[in-house]
Structures are given as C-alpha cells and as structure tokens.
Design a protein around this ligand. Structure first.
Ligand SMILES: [Cu+2]
Length: 172
C-alpha cells in the first residue's frame, strides 16, 4: 500500500507525540517522585468537631519505634488552621504526615517550592507524608479559587532543627 510521504510524516509525528506524553508522565512519577494523592478517608464536613480535626495541629506519634509527627489541618475561607494565624512548626529529618480537609468549599494546600500539593475537598481527607531535609520556612498557598478573599489565603510551615523543636505546643 502506498502512503504519501506527507501522510507518513504526520502519522509518525502523532505516534511520536503520544510516546512523548507517556514518557513525560513516567518521568514525573519515577524521577520527580510525583504521587497521586488518594481520597484516604471520607468524613462529614459538617461535623469535623467530632473527628480528629476537632483538635487541629501537630501531634507526636510512635510508629515502628520511631517518633513521627501528624499534622491535622483545616483549610477554610480564608485561612489554614493551623498555618495562617500561627505557623505549622515541625522538626527537620523526621517523618511528617499531613491530614487535610475542608469544612466549607474546595481549597488547595500547596507548599511552595516542594511537590507537596493537594486539593482539600469537603468530605474527604487528603493524606501525604514527607521528610523535610533541612530547617527552612515554606509558604502555604491556596491554589483553588475559594471565594472573594482567595488571594489572601496563605500560611506558613516552619521546619526547625530537631534539637530546637519545642514539644510544648503539640496537640495531646
Ligand atoms: Cu482557599
């Protein structure tokens, strides 16, 4: 069968593009360590007071003999709780797991300069784990339009050296 050379060119280009897109997704997952954040748990957004989110903040837990931290964050119009009024303080070089949900509308929880980025969906809990390698401050950005003051919705995560981590502010 004869295929015109222009036709052949466009067929090859189409397959090339498909291969490129698939390769870019694989590259993201393998080399950049991107992960899909699942809906870890469903929750009643009207009754967060009866859940773990009644007390937001940083908790110390022991898993497999290791000290780790869990951070419960509510994203609300138009603040992160905690994060906006006071920064979320966690130690460096320690496993930190964030649990994030929203009592009102869709928000984002994006730690600028990292690959920590999830939607905060009313009725769902997003869970993500990381280890911050060094002391540093990160800005938290809401990257889903959530209402008229969306643009001022921001917060801070403060990573401190393990030796300077103040455990008196932990949630019991
Ligand atoms: Cu928001």
């Amino acid at each position: 069968m004869h295929i015109h050379k222009f036709e052949r060119f466009w067929i090859k280009l189409s397959f090339g593009l498909i291969a490129f897109f698939i390769a870019s997704v694989i590259y993201g997952f393998v080399s950049m360590d991107l992960k899909v954040v699942g809906d870890y748990q469903t929750i009643d957004p009207q009754n967060l007071g009866e859940t773990e989110f009644a007390k937001t903040g940083v908790r110390e837990v022991t898993k497999n003999g290791q000290t780790e931290y869990e951070v419960y964050v509510k994203t609300m119009q138009f603040a992160f709780q905690p994060g906006t009024a006071s920064p979320i303080v966690v130690p460096a070089n320690t496993r930190v797991t964030f649990y994030i949900t929203s009592p009102d509308v869709l928000h984002g929880f994006d730690l600028a300069g990292t690959n920590i980025n999830t939607m905060a969906i009313p009725g769902q809990v997003a869970k993500l784990t990381t280890i911050f390698p060094e002391p540093r401050e990160y800005g938290i950005v809401c990257n889903e339009y959530c209402g008229p003051a969306h643009h001022i919705m921001e917060g801070k995560v403060k990573v401190v050296p393990k030796s300077e981590f103040d455990k008196s502010n932990l949630v019991q």
